[in-house]
Design a protein around this ligand. Structure first.
Ligand code: AMP
Length: 260
């Protein structure tokens, strides 16, 4: 699939990821296992670029909380650490990415997780009237770091904010910084359920990555170190890929570690 090179306007500022308010950032996919820091990076990048971050886990949790119709069955699937059906997720994503705040692009956290979702998204984003390039970013960390991040994760059931008792502590221990709600450990972050989630991730991710190596732009970044370092790695990689995309007629495949 050919990228739409004319979709880009060159960012005016020299700092990576500091584009003018009109530039087209594209569709940023954050890929990687649960706990790797996708949600945290999605929020940081969203602030820098001024585009929305869309987390399918969050959309599901808030839809489940609101809707009796979706409620029980979906909650049970999520609590078992399994994936909800592609058709339901795709419909939810379609509705969210159709909103006007996505005009310059958006960040997807937790989507796509299956090859069918990846194909659906690619077709949708490259439809005749849509002009966003796709940047797939895989974040990776070692297994012990991953477990520490997940066991330390604390979640606000009201506003969906996420904290970590080791790396991103709330100001008031046990309470959300935004709305002072008592933080919880998500049921699906419990160790047994987590094993299912990690197993599913490992089984399903490679085809998704392979898909985006040929149908988009793909980069792998290390998720080690402070939050800001990882954000800088992603911004740097995006800058690099944006430049490469502008320079090439046919789509490139770039797969390299990018350090700040
Ligand atoms: P997350 O907050 O991204 O870890 O997602 C929490 C749960 O929501 C997952 O374990 C799945 O049950 C469900 N979920 C989130 N995104 C997807 C997706 N793209 N496809 C299927 N299920 C999803």
């Amino acid at each position: 699939m050919k990228p739409r090179t004319n979709a880009f306007e060159r960012p005016s500022a020299k700092t990576p990821g500091n584009p003018d308010s009109k530039s087209n950032i594209g569709v940023i996919l954050l890929l990687g296992p649960p706990g790797v820091g996708k949600g945290t990076q999605a929020i940081s990048l969203s602030k820098v670029w001024g585009i929305p971050c869309i987390s399918t886990g969050e959309l599901l949790r808030s839809n489940v909380a609101k809707s009796m119709h979706l409620g029980r069955e979906i909650r049970e699937i999520m609590n078992r650490g399994e994936l909800v059906p592609d058709s339901l997720i795709n419909e939810m994503v379609a509705s969210r990415i159709g909103e006007p705040d996505t005009a310059r692009g958006y960040i997807l956290d937790g989507f796509p997780r299956t090859l069918d979702q990846a194909i659906w998204l690619t077709e949708r984003v490259t439809a005749p009237l849509v002009v966003h390039p796709i940047f797939a970013v895989r974040i990776h960390v070692g297994q012990s770091q991953l477990l520490r991040r997940i066991t330390g994760r604390r979640h606000c059931p009201r506003c969906q904010a996420t904290f970590n008792i080791y790396e991103n502590r709330p100001r008031n221990e046990g309470f959300c910084d935004r709305d002072a709600t008592a933080l919880i450990h998500r049921p699906d972050d419990e160790e047994e359920i987590l094993k299912t989630r990690l197993r599913l991730h490992d089984a399903l991710t490679e085809p998704v990555i392979e898909h985006f190596k040929t149908h988009g732009l793909f980069v792998e970044v290390s998720g080690d170190g402070p939050i800001e370092w990882i954000t800088q790695r992603i911004l740097g990689a995006h800058e690099l890929l944006t430049t490469a995309l502008r320079a090439r007629e046919s789509h490139p495949v770039i797969n390299e570690e990018h350090e700040p």
